[in-house]
Write a new protein. Structure first.
Length: 245
């Protein structure tokens, strides 16, 4: 029995598809523009004339001493952080999204230059290299990346469920299309993994390259579509239910 065999389950699946499209729309039209505006404000912020006493729109740099350094390899999840101690003795517990190019080279007592913006320590520099902290403005591409995956899946689900509700029963093509929509979620996951692998090999900025992700995702989606279509056309053994993929 397929998921679209009953009208009630089809309606629930349809609502799930609508929810995916709604989340994708919010990410693409609200979250992504907000991130872009914050990045623009950060990049164009002037240098502070004096050390700000409260969170300010200007950027201030000062020297910090690194302590309590924690690093894990890029391909692992874990604590990437350091305590940065300012000249006043203030301690900044600072997390990092990546291990390099500075954090994994730091030793206890090493000096770095930190950038403070809106009361957040957003970046450190040392030996001619720069590294963003976890408090830096979020990259504007990740909401678009997630939106692409969710919108593709949600729209396919909505179209398939509407197609099913116009007929008395589900067809193998409808079931195969639902399988394809689920497959797109996995394609999105594997595309993200591929992007982070490339980022580890090339540059951390690659991890948030929307167009590179879109190219990998579209290639994977085309491959999954071919597999589903080929399986749909393959002959079935009489008396046995067909398996969409």
């Amino acid at each position: 029995m397929g998921i679209l065999d009953k009208t009630v389950t089809t309606i629930f699946v349809l609502l799930g598809g609508v929810a995916l499209v709604g989340v994708a729309t919010d990410l693409g039209t609200v979250v992504a523009p907000d991130n872009d505006r914050e990045i623009h404000a950060y990049e164009t912020a002037p240098r502070c004339s004096t050390a700000p006493q409260t969170p300010a729109e200007c950027r201030w740099t000062e020297e910090f001493t690194a302590s309590d350094i924690h690093v894990v390899p890029e391909y692992k999840t874990g604590d990437r952080s350091a305590v940065l101690i300012g000249a006043s003795g203030a301690r900044w517990n600072t997390g990092f999204p990546n291990s390099g190019p500075i954090l994994d080279q730091l030793d206890e007592g090493d000096r770095v230059t930190g950038t403070i913006w809106r009361g957040r320590l957003t970046e450190i520099t040392a030996n001619g290299a720069a590294q963003e902290t976890g408090a830096a403005p979020a990259d504007g591409s990740w909401p678009d990346i997630v939106s692409l995956v969710l919108a593709s899946t949600g729209l396919l689900v909505v179209v398939t469920c509407a197609w099913r509700l116009r007929h008395r029963r589900a067809t193998p093509a409808m079931d195969a299309t639902i399988v394809l929509s689920i497959g797109l979620l996995f394609v999105g996951l594997f595309s993200a993994i591929a992007l982070f692998v490339l980022a580890d090999l090339l540059s951390p900025s690659v991890a948030y390259n929307f167009w590179l992700f879109a190219a990998i995702f579209c290639a994977g989606a085309a491959w999954v579509t071919v597999l589903v279509r080929r399986d749909l056309k393959s002959p079935r053994t009489p008396g046995l239910p067909g398996i969409p993929i």
